[in-house]
Design a protein around this ligand. Sequence first.
Ligand code: GTP
Ligand code: SPV
Ligand code: MN
Length: 591
Amino acid sequence: MTDHKKLKAWVKKCAALCRPDKIVWIDGSAAQRARLEKESIAAGEIHRLNRKKLPGCFLHRTAINDVARTEGLTFICTPTKKDAGPTNNWMAPDKAYEKAGDIFRGSMKGRTMYVIPFSMGPVGSPFSKIGIELTDSIYVVLNMLIMTRAGDKVLKQLGTNGEFTKCLHSKADLDINRRLIMHFPQDNTIWSVGSGYGGNVLLGKKCLALRVASYQANQEGWMAEHMLIMGIEEPDGRIQYIAAAFPSACGKTNLAMMLPPKGLKKKGYKIWTVGDDIAWMRVDSDGRLWAINPESGFFGVAPGTNSKTNPNAMATVNRNTIFTNVLLKPDNTIWWEDGDESAPPEGIDWRGVPWKPGMVDDEGKTIKGAHPNSRFTAPAKQCPTISYRLEHHHGVPISAIIFGGRRAHVAPLVYEAFNWEHGVYVGATMASERTAAQFGKQGEVRRDPMAMLPFCGYNMARYFRHWLDMEKKLDKAPKIFHVNWFRQDKDGKFLWPGFGENLRILEWVLDRCNDKAGARKTPIGFVPNPTDIDMTGLKLSNDKMRELLLVDKKEWKQELKGQKEFLSRFEKDLPQGIKRQYLLLKKRLGV
Ligand code: GTP
Ligand code: SPV
Ligand code: MN
């Protein structure tokens, strides 16, 4: 097993707290996985789907009150409240260990504790981090085997005294009142109890690779970001990479896997998917920013995914995939809203209840077959556009950074920041409408700096400073842009077709990086003229295009107020560079 004394002692200590009947170490073998699948099926935790149509695929339903990340129950447990900052829930470490400890105590009685050694990033890469997750959920084990590199190879890499993040998870009784997601960045420790939903329990993902890693990145001088990474290959074989931060359920997976639109086919672009959710970036000896995707799978939103919007995702999830909270069809396959097929005449919905299309609840609202935040867990290597660089310890060089949100109004389709500092301001003040990926009122606009609001493991004022400081280390800083695929017309319809057509905007972005495309200067940044975007093969009226690229001063003056209000939460800690950029924007808007 292992001769790592600290690891063995920690496992023993956690077992003494949770009292499992037995402990099983995950070795990463196919044989062990097959045994666990069988066991999980027998326990009714997962359901095997049609072996012919969906080989190696399973369906899982979470508890009804456990379908998305619960930000209100997620805590950063640093020595002082100020270390966590005004945007995080904070609890003192002692109290947090005590409070969660009470729920963990005896929570695994009658159950098995699984020990999952996992690596975020290729095993052995100097940029990777190792974690060990202890869990009483086979569903978690099976997901971690897809999302991370896990098993004996990681233990071997860890050796007898390597560093690892201590991740403890128990479903306990899945009671929302006894659910806590605790992060102890100083202790390199994560405790999650009372949930079975992905983002709360696959502890390598948001908890380690963002919350704990962002804290470590700040200390060590690198960046852990909620970003997709993709490559755009031109016909001459040159590949340029971009990293893009959009809040949850705002289009990262879709953009990372996009198919070039018909109209641009002649240009012969090829898209390479490196990652769809998380980027770890550092400055290398060449003075450029390099990124790896620490994950090895996709935990993607199912509804809305179809052969038109995301054919690469459809080709990825047809085998060896775990589906969570989708609709089960009578032929033992699955269905979700806005997928490829129209609704089946009947099925079992995400709650496990018989379902028919058009059913309504007490308030007359349509009952969905699949939960809006239903997800697929699929191996990255099954994606037709997966980049070979995923397994490369060094990652890819980043030419452009893109921030984006879901805004019905205000934010134009795309704009370019004037410089790095301004770009950091754009990221720090970005806003987006709330989606089904988190508990809370949908559609409400909230500030979500760098799409990291729920994922920054320390004071965000310090995080902004870290972003500003990165510039000094970069010889060739990526240009920074902002996009909004979600602007609406007066009737509430999206103005921009989105998905594959977004490549037209990425083309402008890269052309700007290579000084090849025009733009006009506006108070908020450089905005393309309609003629600066290649619209070959896409019909969009001039009116629509003008509306998409409009910078409405009146709206932006209002927006400025919202930005000021948000930034004021950081009080004296707000870095000078952000204050300066606020005043410059104010001046440019003539306020
Ligand atoms: P997380 O996994 O939660 O971090 O989400 P994500 O950022 O990867 O979002 P994803 O790509 O899964 O997209 C979420 C939703 O946005 C889906 O319902 C998509 O259909 C929709 N969407 C994605 N791209 C576009 C776009 O360009 N235009 C429009 N209108 N919708 C889009
Ligand atoms: C997100 O919500 O940003 C996700 C899904 O990518 S989860 O893993 O649940 O956080
Ligand atoms: Mn995400």
